[in-house]
Design a protein around this ligand. Structure first.
Ligand code: CU
Length: 158
């Protein structure tokens, strides 16, 4: 048993001696650079994931004055489609509370988020209806679905 063990070690120890030393040097410097790159890459991917996840979470939860269900008559009505808002421009009075009924008529899940006013319907699935109340400042305020690039609209308050 002892001899076999020794033989094994000697056998392994013999291998590097057979013309390896120059390669080991190359590999080591290359290996160190690679591991640095891998570390940087891993950090980069991790940061990227956090940013992406944060982006996903924005719009996931309701923010501001939001309730589930339809609004009464006189509310501004917005339909979510895949992937647009209908209409894309909401004309509202400036400086007083506005009630907007949002209905997801699309198949996908969407949200209506007014970043400038810290308002969001949160996640809305197919068929969901929510009522959002907010006060818009005079001028144009963008809203969007944070999940679908280009799914945007504008509140124009006068
Ligand atoms: Cu969307």
């Amino acid at each position: 048993m002892n001899t076999q063990h020794k033989a094994g070690i000697e056998g392994q120890a013999d291998l590097p001696r057979a013309g390896r030393p120059p390669r080991i040097g190359q590999r080591e410097s290359g290996g160190i650079q690679m591991s640095h790159w891998k570390t940087l890459l891993t950090i980069g991917v991790a940061v990227g994931l956090v940013v992406v996840l944060a982006g996903c979470q924005q719009g996931e939860k309701a923010a501001g004055n939001v309730r589930t269900g339809p609004a009464g008559s006189g509310a501004v009505r917005v339909l979510m489609e895949d992937n647009t808002f209908q209409p894309q421009v909401l004309k509202v009075p400036a400086g007083s509370p506005v009630t907007v009924e949002v209905r997801n008529a699309g198949d996908k899940s969407h949200n209506l988020t007014i970043e400038g006013l810290h308002v969001s319907t949160g996640a809305m699935h197919h068929g969901d209806v929510k009522t959002v109340t907010f006060t818009a400042p005079k001028g144009a305020t963008e809203f969007s679905c944070t999940w679908h690039r280009g799914m945007v609209g504008r509140i124009v308050a006068t």
